[in-house]
Design a protein. Structure first.
Length: 202
């Protein structure tokens, strides 16, 4: 095993590896079949923070509504914690929720379920967890916008705010009782923020 692979294998829980790890060495390691999952960003390996109840409830709420909408329109597919890789930046990540338009879906056979997806999602959603570090979140947002993701929502369950990011535009904060469209990716999908955050208090 090479030095880079040794670094991945000796990963310490809750910390980033300080020695740089190449994309090749990172991908040579077996994928974890259960949380906490590993991600690679700027040459460092991270464990994706464990989620709390608020995070889980928001992701469940959004996936259910996106799935219902997409089952009707057929515009795209929605996934949760699907491993992606953006090769130019050697970035491997698992969005909380990713939406990829149907015409951009990978054409790999269904049985080929190994390795990360190299097609970037059109729309990604990240839900903040207590263990998230602000500096790492800022870098993650930059990677999303530079990799071709057209729409990113970062949801803060504690503050009950969604920050909307799109390449070339200023981020904007949206709060209840607004209804937030997923344009320009999904034609008619609209999220009721009041209903979303009310689900945290049921």
């Amino acid at each position: 095993m090479c030095a880079g692979a040794d670094a991945v294998a000796s990963y310490t829980v809750g910390m980033a590896i300080k020695t740089r790890v190449s994309l090749k060495d990172f991908l040579a390691q077996p994928e974890r079949s259960e949380p906490p999952y590993l991600e690679l960003m700027d040459g460092e390996v991270y464990e994706k923070p464990m989620v709390g109840r608020r995070h889980s409830r928001i992701v469940t709420y959004l996936v259910a509504r996106l799935y219902t909408y997409l089952e009707r329109t057929g515009e795209a597919h929605v996934d949760t914690e699907l491993r992606h890789a953006f090769m130019p930046d050697e970035w491997v990540f698992l969005p909380d929720i990713s939406v990829t338009l149907r015409e951009r879906q990978p054409l790999a056979p269904a049985e080929d379920d190994q390795g990360p997806v190299e097609v970037m999602p059109d729309f990604a959603i990240e839900v903040l967890s207590p263990g998230d570090q602000p500096g790492r979140i800022t870098r993650r947002i930059s990677h999303y916008l530079e990799s071709g993701v057209r729409l990113l929502w970062v949801i803060d369950p504690e503050a009950e705010i969604i920050t909307v990011f799109s390449p070339g535009q200023e981020p904007r904060n949206v709060v209840a009782p607004a209804k937030l469209p997923a344009s320009p990716v999904l034609g008619d999908f609209e999220l009721d923020l009041e209903a979303l955050f009310a689900s945290l208090h049921d």
